[in-house]
Design a protein around this ligand. Structure first.
Ligand SMILES: Nc1ncnc2c1ncn2[C@@H]1O[C@H](COP(=O)(O)OP(=O)(O)OP(=O)(O)O)[C@@H](O)[C@H]1O
Ligand SMILES: [Mg+2]
Length: 262
């Protein structure tokens, strides 16, 4: 039995091309918890996701991030994945020449390590089961990774990856964008099927709608490169109804974005 994961982010600052985007993010995500992050465009939500995964463009300039007490910032991207971190991307990349199924099997094996590879039979069984749950046509297994996939198909495929890789901390960046109403329910079913004390979830979303299907324990408002306010599900409902102006007023924030003004 692996123990419940704990991701701790303390005063995280990160820059891209010398410009500071993340300005002191504090957050703790534990196994069994679902956290939602909402916030205006361009405030740094995807940057947070990328910085956590170790994307080389984002330079961490201050702060610390630990997973189960281990320093995440010292790990390479593949080590972070092996430690159980997963990111469902806002804009999944298309990779030509690599089939979805080969990609998944090598990702799983990279995570499991040499000598502990998943058997082909077991892999196929798992893949079939998960694709069925996500109501994906089996042809998606043999198509090249995301190539020519529609926006919604890419999102569904990100969740398939997540379900196959069984992360301990899953970051999902706008998995609901571009999904039709039925697809949203299917994707939510996939995510909900994974929830347990051994998984902590961080969902970035613009819409309360997703949170009707995947219930968050905590909702955070992201502005100016950090979390400026936290609450429960009722916070998402208020944001949906009233937008962000009241948060800005309450906190005395004039410009909600870090990106639009230099
Ligand atoms: N690689 C990059 N090069 C240049 N600027 C970047 C890069 N990545 C992020 N930025 C800038 O950092 C700011 C934050 O971007 P980010 O993608 O994190 O916003 P976001 O909160 O995810 O927005 P959205 O809700 O629109 O997805 C933006 O102004 C963006 O232009
Ligand atoms: Mg984003």
């Amino acid at each position: 039995m692996s123990k419940a994961p704990k991701l701790t982010i303390k005063n995280l600052h990160a820059s891209v091309d010398g410009k500071e985007i993340l300005k002191g993010v504090n957050l703790e995500v534990k196994g069994g918890e679902v956290h939602a992050i909402m916030g205006p465009n361009g405030t740094g939500k995807s940057t947070l996701a990328s910085a956590l995964m170790g994307h080389p463009r984002y330079e961490v300039t201050q702060g610390e991030v630990t997973l189960d007490g281990e320093n995440l910032l010292e790990m390479e991207v593949d080590e972070r994945a092996r430690a159980g971190l997963f990111l469902a991307m806002q804009y999944p990349a298309e990779v030509s020449g690599v089939t979805n199924s080969d990609f998944l099997r090598s990702s799983i094996n990279a995570k499991r390590g040499e000598g502990n590879e998943i058997s082909l039979m077991k892999f196929i069984r798992e893949l079939d089961k998960k694709m069925e749950l996500l109501e994906m046509d089996e042809k998606f297994a043999t198509r090249y990774l995301n190539e020519g996939f529609s926006g919604g198909e890419k999102k569904r495929n990100e969740i398939l990856q997540m379900m196959m890789l069984q992360p301990r901390i899953a970051i999902m960046d706008e998995i609901d964008s571009g999904l039709d109403i039925d697809a949203l329910k299917v994707v939510a079913k996939g995510v909900n099927s994974m929830l347990s004390d051994e998984l902590g979830v961080l969902m970035i979303t613009h819409y309360q709608r997703l949170l009707n299907y995947i219930k968050p324990d905590y909702v955070h408002v992201f502005m100016q490169g950090r979390i400026v306010k936290s609450g429960g599900p009722e916070l998402a409902e208020r944001l949906e109804a009233e937008g962000y102006d009241w948060v800005k007023e309450e906190l005395g924030i004039e410009d909600e974005t870090v990106g639009q003004k230099a």
